[in-house]
Structure formats: structure tokens, C-alpha cells
Design a binder for this molecule. Structure first.
Ligand SMILES: [Zn+2]
Ligand SMILES: [Zn+2]
Length: 117
């Protein structure tokens, strides 16, 4: 049971506005890394992954975070919608270029929002 370096492929980024465990990330004690992995065992070293924080204090914090997450989800959906709109805008831009009707397409700013995994 040693780290083979495979885990870095599954390395999870620190989520914004939520906890790592709350967003579904798992911790490998051997590789000392948080990964995005569906299984219970580390794809790298084969050691059992931790899905929950160890101490109770953190657990309470996590529970609060999970509750906040359900509210966050609606925001995340909104962000996803905005992203779709921007993709459409790009398509329109390309189309107008072809038709040589130079019309400025609206740019939509996307706010960084934590999307629950
Ligand atoms: Zn590893
Ligand atoms: Zn591991």
C-alpha cells in the first residue's frame, strides 16, 4: 500500500463555499490527497478512502455546510443556465460573421459559483 502517483489524476480542487467532504470528495490517508472518486478504495494505493471528517466538531460544521449546500444548488443551476446562454451567444457571433452583419453580441459575465459535484 504505497502511493503510485495515480491519485494526482483524480486530485480534487478545494471547493468554494463548501467543505471537501460535503462536495463528495474523498480523502486518502496514504496518498495524503483529496480525490474525486466514486469508489470506497483509493484507485492509487488501494487503501480505504475516508468520506467523512474525523472529529465531531468538524462533523457539525459539515452538517451546517450540507444544509447551506442545498441552498447553493439553486444558485449553481442558475450559473449553468448563464453558461448555456453564453455558448449560444458565441454561436450567434459565428453566424453573424458569416452573414457579414456585424452586430455586437452581448457578453455575459459568469460569477464563480461553487457547483456541487
Ligand atoms: Zn497516491
Ligand atoms: Zn491512496
Amino acid at each position: 500500500m504505497t502511493c503510485k502517483g495515480i491519485c494526482t489524476r483524480y486530485k480534487a480542487q478545494k471547493p468554494v463555499g463548501t467543505g471537501r467532504y460535503a462536495s463528495g470528495q474523498k480523502r486518502c490517508q496514504i496518498c495524503e490527497i483529496f480525490i474525486k472518486w466514486e469508489g470506497l478504495w483509493c484507485p492509487c494505493c488501494g487503501y480505504r478512502l475516508r468520506t467523512k471528517p474525523r472529529n465531531l466538531k468538524y462533523k457539525a460544521k459539515l452538517r451546517a455546510r450540507v444544509e447551506a449546500d442545498s441552498q447553493l444548488e439553486s444558485v449553481a443551476v442558475k450559473a449553468a443556465e448563464v453558461e448555456e446562454i453564453e455558448v449560444e451567444a458565441i454561436v450567434v457571433k459565428k453566424a453573424t460573421k458569416k452573414a457579414k452583419t456585424a452586430k455586437a453580441t452581448k457578453k455575459i459575465a459568469i460569477q464563480p459559483v461553487a457547483i456541487k459535484a
